[in-house]
Design a protein around this ligand. Sequence first.
Ligand SMILES: O=C(O)c1ccccc1NCC(=O)[C@H](O)[C@H](O)COP(=O)(O)O
Length: 256
Amino acid sequence: MNDGVELAPAVQSILDSADDRPGGAERVSVDARSLDEAFAAADADGRVPVIAEVKPTSPTTEGERTEDPVALAEAMVRGGAAALSVLTEPTHFGGSVENLERVRAAVDVPVLRKDFLLRTEHLDVAESDVALLIARFLETDEADSLEAMHAAALERGFQPLVEVHTRAELERAVSVDAEYIGVNNRDLAELVVDLGTFEDLAPHAPDHVTLVAESGIGNPEDVRRMRDAGADALLVGSAIMADGDVEANTRELVSA
Ligand SMILES: O=C(O)c1ccccc1NCC(=O)[C@H](O)[C@H](O)COP(=O)(O)O
């Protein structure tokens, strides 16, 4: 959604390179692993449903984790992650489509493609179980509408996760009948994280929506705070990819 607020330079740069990247040559057709079943299985055995993110670096991270993404992903699953998110954005996050394909082939949990998808042909670059659609970026001149992207994702078999940060974006996500909505605690205009964002928006989401709290979740206390505010699941990157053992980092949050 284009609200006229100037984006952080790093985010504008991410969008400019996303705009330049080509789409897929052919339309994909995905046989998706169920996110609902993965979250229910986690809940049933006492794990907090966590989507653990393979995020080698980012504009707000110092340094880069250079281990094999498959080894990192397998460690996250051993640590109890219900699902995974894999960055495919190459320039600012050190991701790749190859990483996504290799990780999805190696694990049996649902995998989210984490990227900045602007047009329907960008959906055709890779298969994944879940596709992230960022509401804020889907109402600009360069991008297709959220409605078109959501419909195109469903037609291809993806489970679309619509990311919102404001009440207006949440209403837009609800208006396209999004079943999965992620509330990003990171403001992409200023790159500031505030867990209060999820707490403010969650009460306005319809009950049938699966709500994912995204970004800035750093420790078990944050996990409990987001769960108390109504998060069905959490998306966590930096805290799991931080120094140390990715399996242990995941287990600590999943067990909160
Ligand atoms: O993470 C960043 O630095 C970032 C910068 C600019 C645009 C997007 C960015 N992150 C995307 C994400 O949504 C996060 O990777 C994801 O929610 C996990 O967040 P965290 O647990 O805080 O790493």
